[in-house]
Design a protein around this ligand. Structure first.
Ligand SMILES: Cc1cc2nc3c(=O)[nH]c(=O)nc-3n(C[C@H](O)[C@H](O)[C@H](O)COP(=O)(O)OP(=O)(O)OC[C@H]3O[C@@H](n4cnc5c(N)ncnc54)[C@H](O)[C@@H]3O)c2cc1C
Length: 450
């Protein structure tokens, strides 16, 4: 038996670190158990842009039928959380820039980078007497199924506590769970984050009687160049072709399959259902010079096409669309006729300015492809975190199948199921906001159950 704590937190990404530090500030003895050999999770590898929809009306534009209480708590705690981060010594700066999303956002940048911010939180937590155990992974919960949670099970020990906060970053790294929820083509997805996030929190919660909540077919991710491109934590940011809403996305049958204008964080969801979960991104030099250039953050010279080539991704470049069609047929077996039919229909929609006439309608971003050279990049969906998981309420309490809180069980960050229903309104913000809520709630629960 390991030591006893008021609160045990599983996972030391942004959700876990914020939860643990907040619980400690509220007087609880706290330990973080972290599966990897260092703290930080995907948060430390992230771009460090911490942002949220500016208010619940903006949030609802992206999260149709979203739970207002969950959204309001996210936005409230994001705003107070920004001040709280500053007080912890985390450097951040408000950012104003052209908004690539179609709703209003409030944006800050972690400085100098996200890893430093996570290390600042970790140092602060330990300076306040918190303990961190790396190479220690949550395998299950003690209690549950009608009984209060009383601790966690790891590989070799039982750890007792009054409350547990799950913050293990979602289940995207687990091929079996991906296959169950996204189907067999999910093999082709690339995990766009740390590999440790394999659903330890979700599965432990279910075993303790938690209620699973979707949407299980949706997730936060981006298109990534398909293998043989070498992509990973070192270059995820540089190789995402996040201008797809202005381009044409076709499947291996040469057909459009979704409204590109929704953004690749949404079209990735339908892409998983396509053959080999593969899409070809088709665009021309005009789109490369204009739309692709807009997304060249973090450095202005960060040309996505060059970066994808450097990573070994397959980029076809030809002087005409018909040659693009021929080359794609020879190299990737895309049926020429189907592709040409798709492009003819697309050109007509661009000419009329009406994307609703397309077999698969497009809601905006109609730009004719008429400026050579023409490009095609083979892509697959990258998955950063899952939207489905264990159901929580706005107090970050994990709920059972009758919607009652499981006593002593909380969740933070991507382990909070059901907050996002379709689109993406920030990942770090969910860790910050629900981390603070869970930390406060768990410390209070521990105090009251003393
Ligand atoms: C390349 C990239 C860029 C990104 N850029 C941004 C951005 O600019 N802005 C933004 O808002 N979001 C961004 N994100 C998303 C953001 O990083 C995540 O949404 C956020 O980190 C999720 O927080 P979390 O605490 O839930 O998970 P994580 O930060 O991933 O932390 C989860 C932790 O749990 C640990 N763990 C997993 N399983 C177990 C277990 N069984 N027991 C114990 N520990 C476990 C993991 O090792 C990890 O340390 C980006 C992500 C990536 C990969």
């Amino acid at each position: 038996m390991a030591d006893h704590y008021d609160v045990i937190v599983a996972g030391a990404g942004i959700g876990g670190l914020c939860a643990a530090l907040r619980a400690r500030e509220n007087g609880a003895s706290v330990a973080i158990l972290e599966k990897a050999d260092k703290i930080g999770g995907s948060a430390a590898a992230s771009g460090g842009t911490i942002w949220c929809a500016s208010n619940t009306d903006e949030w609802l534009k992206v999260q149709p039928h979203g739970d207002m209480a969950l959204g309001a708590a996210l936005i409230d705690y994001f705003h107070t959380g920004i001040d709280w981060l500053s007080k912890q010594g985390v450097s951040l700066q408000a950012r104003k820039e052209p908004n690539p999303y179609k709703f209003q956002r409030t944006i800050y940048q972690l400085l100098p980078d996200a890893r430093t911010a996570m290390e600042t939180l970790s140092d602060r937590f330990q300076a306040r007497g918190g303990r961190i155990f790396t190479n220690t992974d949550l395998r299950g919960l003690l209690g549950g199924r009608g009984e209060p949670i009383s601790g966690v099970q790891t590989a070799h020990s039982e750890w007792t506590s009054r409350a547990v906060i799950l913050s293990t970053g979602g289940f995207q790294g687990n091929p079996n769970l991906r296959a169950r929820y996204f189907g067999t083509q999910s093999d082709h997805m690339i995990v766009r984050g740390v590999p440790q996030n394999t659903g330890g929190g979700f599965q432990s919660a279910l075993a303790a009687g938690a209620q699973p909540v979707g949407p299980f077919n949706r997730f936060y991710g981006h298109l990534l160049p398909a293998p043989p491109a070498q992509v990973g934590l070192h270059n995820f940011l540089k190789v995402k072709p996040d201008f797809s809403e202005y381009a044409v996305l076709i499947n291996l049958n040469g057909e459009r399959f979704d409204d590109e204008y929704l953004g690749d964080e949404v079209t990735c969801h339908t892409l998983v259902q396509q053959r080999r979960a593969t899409a070809i991104l088709v665009f021309d030099q005009h789109i490369r010079d204009n739309q692709a250039a807009l997304s060249q953050w973090p450095a202005p010279d960060n040309d996505r096409v060059t970066n994808i080539r450097e990573a070994g991704g397959e980029v076809i470049e030809t002087p005409s669309l018909s040659e693009l069609a021929r080359t794609m047929t020879n190299r990737w077996h895309i049926p020429t006729h189907a592709f040409e039919k798709t492009m003819t229909e697309y050109a007509a929609a661009c000419a009329s300015g009406n994307g609703q006439t397309l077999s698969v309608p497009k809601s905006g971003g109609l730009i004719p492809l008429d400026t050579p050279p023409y490009y095609a990049i083979r892509t697959v969906p990258g998955i950063t975190f899952t939207y489905g998981g264990a159901k929580v309420n706005a107090n970050a309490q994990v709920l059972d199948k009758t919607d009652r809180p499981i006593p002593g069980l909380f969740a933070a960050g991507a382990d909070c199921g059901g907050i996002y229903t379709r689109g993406y309104t920030g990942g770090l913000s969910m860790g910050l906001a629900y981390g603070l809520i869970a930390g406060e709630g768990a410390a209070q629960y521990a105090r009251l159950s003393d």
